[in-house]
Design a protein around this ligand. Structure first.
Ligand SMILES: Cc1cc2nc3c(=O)[nH]c(=O)nc-3n(C[C@H](O)[C@H](O)[C@H](O)COP(=O)(O)OP(=O)(O)OC[C@H]3O[C@@H](n4cnc5c(N)ncnc54)[C@H](O)[C@@H]3O)c2cc1C
Ligand code: FES
Length: 235
């Protein structure tokens, strides 16, 4: 059996509330993942949904989940000791490289947190920006290097894309790595192009078949987020 398709039913070790709609579930480690990869989390007896790995240590794997619908709401209500299923890892990963600018919007900060920690553990020095519409939607503001909120309720007022633009004007970067809503990713891709840098974007699309057949997750350039992603390289 492909190790990724093996379902592990585990007990939640800890729950950390990131903001009013988002929690991090800390689970026992059942496989090795790379930053950017995702896992399928099963609400036992219910549905299974994809979530990025937000941290991995020698013993634990964390996922950060925003409650947006029935399954994510149930997963966000789990308590330490509750059972949950996990399968993975799946998909492509970010490159682990020096001089990276990391740009995250909302819960898109989840896979970038794993990347930022991995880079720092290897003594690389990324610049990690997080943003959200309001303070109530921010993830890990204390772990990032700079924070922006659209309404100015935390950090700099404005979008995280504007923060990234300022960084690119002054800093020396080799790659831009981002995860967040579609519009934000489009803007970050344009910034990277203008700066002559490659962009690695983690694209989250609604996935149906998961194997590149239905077109539900297709990008403008014909690539499928399920088969060739979630992390796609441009430039
Ligand atoms: C590769 C990948 C990684 C992901 N990583 C994370 C993560 O780390 N943390 C996190 O909170 N969420 C993540 N998501 C999104 C997460 O899978 C959905 O929020 C979840 O499936 C919602 O399930 P639900 O049953 O609660 O709600 P549903 O009823 O399925 O959806 C609720 C609403 O969210 C929208 N929605 C659902 N999935 C997506 C999606 N993939 N893209 C855009 N809109 C969507 C639906 O259109 C609907 O409006 C990821 C998705 C993918 C594909
Ligand atoms: S989910 Fe069907 S093509 Fe990607």
């Amino acid at each position: 059996m492909n190790p990724s398709s093996e379902l592990h039913v585990v007990r939640v070790r800890a729950v950390r509330r990131e903001n009013p709609s988002t929690v991090t579930l800390v689970l026992p480690k059942t496989f090795e993942a790379a930053p950017g990869q995702f896992v399928m989390v099963w609400d036992v007896g219910g549905a299974e949904k994809p979530f990025g790995v937000s941290r991995q240590t020698a013993e634990e794997t964390s996922v950060t989940i925003r409650a947006v619908g029935p399954t994510s709401e149930k997963l966000c209500a789990l308590q330490p000791g509750d059972a949950v299923g996990i399968r993975g890892p799946f998909g492509t990963c970010f490159s682990v490289a020096e001089n990276a600018l990391l740009v995250a919007g909302g819960v898109g900060a989840a896979p970038l947190r794993f990347l930022a920690e991995t880079l720092r553990q290897k003594n690389m020095v990324p610049r990690w920006l997080v943003g959200a519409k309001t303070a109530d939607e921010l993830c890990y503001p204390d772990e990032a290097d700079a924070v922006a909120t659209d309404d100015g309720s935390f950090g700099e007022a404005g979008s995280v894309v504007a923060l990234a633009e300022k960084e690119l004007a002054h800093g020396k970067y080799a790659v831009v790595q981002a995860c967040g809503p579609k519009g934000m990713l489009r803007a970050v891709k344009a910034l990277a192009e203008k700066a002559g840098l490659p962009a690695e974007l983690s694209v989250e699309r609604i996935m149906r078949c998961g194997v590149g057949l239905c077109g539900s997750c297709a990008l403008d350039d014909g690539r499928c987020a399920c088969r060739e992603g979630p992390v796609l390289r441009f430039g």
